[in-house]
Design a protein around this ligand. Structure first.
Ligand code: GAP
Length: 457
């Protein structure tokens, strides 16, 4: 019997699962960690890779109006002057006159220090860009910045891409990469950190079509999260007020997710108008116009920017997938991750360590690994092994038992329903392929018969 336990996902459970199972560790933990920096462990790196792969597939591979880019993190310092980041990428910082802790003033309810209640200084603007030096001499002339967004690498390459790909408007450039912000307040696990990854699209359009494309991308991006398993009721669109609009934006919506700490930004979608191309053209002296062959006109395209965070997406997918249920009097923790995102797709579980069984199981393991990330587990009872796989979101377990030696059949067990089917080893790869693509457990690939589905024992 399985019954739902009403659980509200709290952040502690997610952090604990991530730590316990090797998804995410504090950075440089043996030295006491480094504030708001995180390391993705063996399962975390797979989950993150799968999220990036799903995004790249949806926005680049499956479209003919998008190309990819991988620009360098360090850019010419003039970039940040032109983009407005040197002047405008700031947060208001206050300091407690008593304990000297520093806070973002717009995060505070009143003018008292949240730690000791002391009086705070007047706010001053604090630039969030990390500085470093290029070359061996540490002087002002050699200052470079770690990029605070990947977007600028796309803008400065606009003409290169147009010239080398012959792409015509509307088209986009997509990029995944690290960004760095010296945030004053961090926290909520990987939600806000100082080093993070972004998945950004800069979609170049004719100015008069900006509204249409803005709405298109709002819908497209919202649907992407739903397609990969996030419940629609846990997502919302929130329009930026005039006061909160970034200096470059004409209009902006956040896709918010209902994180354990409440509704917070998962992705921002902005209409950046012609701000960036105009700024870079004027600062570099190079034309970033586009020549429209139909109208024979030169103009500066408008840009629609869907900008997502890889780490925030990872956190949202984990929170949404997390579940606890009572199974046979025990709490079963499981991650209902979409098969495309699950770090491990299949676990191969021999019922015992007897040589004959191991031989068959290892052969199956070697075979399946050609297609997917597969795990092999022969430690402890089969029930325990199923629970371990449930907890990390493995969609299917393949069990090899003594009967398998006689009939050359194995059992596939489904993570979500705990139902099982028994099928010939020769059909295993095709069957798993179909199941991972979303076919119900009891339907075999075309031409196969329908197999009896049974509950896990
Ligand atoms: N190019 C536009 C841009 O960077 P943003 O709203 O500042 O816009 C886009 O950032 C996304 O990057 C956010 O929606 C979030 O997912 C992610 N992000 C921003 N700052 C972050 C931080 N400190 N830690 C983790 N993710 C962050």
């Amino acid at each position: 019997m399985t019954e739902q336990v009403p659980t509200k996902v709290d952040m502690e459970k997610i952090v604990s699962l991530c730590r316990r199972r090797g998804f995410i560790f504090p950075s440089s933990e043996i030295y006491g960690g480094l504030s708001s920096c995180w390391d993705y462990g063996p399962l975390g790196v797979e989950l993150k890779r799968n999220i990036k792969e799903a995004w790249w597939r949806a926005v680049v591979q499956e479209r003919d109006d998008m190309v990819g880019l991988d620009a360098s993190i360090l850019m010419h310092p003039q970039t940040w002057e032109a983009s407005g980041h040197l002047k405008g990428f700031t947060d208001p910082l206050v300091e407690c006159k008593n304990c000297h802790l520093r806070w973002r003033s717009d995060d505070l309810a009143d003018n008292n220090c949240p730690s000791c209640g002391g009086e705070l200084t007047e706010p001053r603007l604090f630039n969030l860009m990390f500085k470093t030096f290029m070359g061996p001499i540490e002087e002002e002339a050699n200052v470079v910045y770690l990029r605070p967004e990947t977007a600028q690498g796309i803008f400065v390459n606009f003409q290169n891409v147009v010239n080398t790909t012959r792409k015509r408007l509307p088209f986009g450039i997509a990029q995944i990469g690290k960004a760095f912000r010296n945030e004053i307040t961090t926290g909520n696990f990987i939600f806000r950190s100082r080093e993070f990854e972004q998945m950004e699209i800069e979609f170049f359009v004719k100015p008069e079509t900006d509204k249409e494309w803005f709405n298109y991308w709002l819908e497209e991006r919202l649907n992407w999260y739903v397609k990969f398993g996030i419940k629609r009721e846990n997502l919302r669109l929130r329009q930026h007020t005039k006061e909160e609009l970034a200096h470059y934006a004409r209009e902006c919506y956040d896709i918010d997710y209902l994180f354990p700490m409440g509704w917070s930004e998962l992705e921002g979608i902005a209409n950046r108008g012609d701000f960036d191309l105009v700024q870079h053209a004027s600062s570099s002296g190079k034309s970033l116009d586009y020549f429209d062959e139909e109208s024979k006109e030169h103009f500066v395209p408008y840009i629609i920017e869907p900008s997502a965070g890889v780490d925030r997406s990872t956190l949202a997918f984990l929170c949404d997938a997390y579940d606890e249920e009572l199974a046979e009097g025990e709490t079963r923790v499981l991650l209902h991750l979409h098969p495309a995102l699950a770090p491990i797709k299949v676990a191969v579980l021999p019922l015992s360590r007897r040589e004959k069984l191991v031989e068959v199981a290892k052969q199956i393991y070697a075979d399946l690994r050609q297609c997917w990330m597969v795990s092999y587990d022969d430690a402890q009872s089969i029930g325990r092994r199923y629970r371990r796989q449930d907890e990390i979101g493995t969609p299917f377990c393949v069990t090899i038992d003594f009967q398998s030696l006689e009939d050359e059949q194995v059992t596939i067990r489904d993570r979500d329903t705990m139902n099982q089917i028994r099928i010939p080893i020769s059909e295993l790869k095709n069957t798993l392929q179909a199941k991972l693509a979303g076919e119900p457990l009891f339907v075999l690939p075309p031409g196969g018969k329908i197999w009896k589905e049974e509950k896990e024992v």
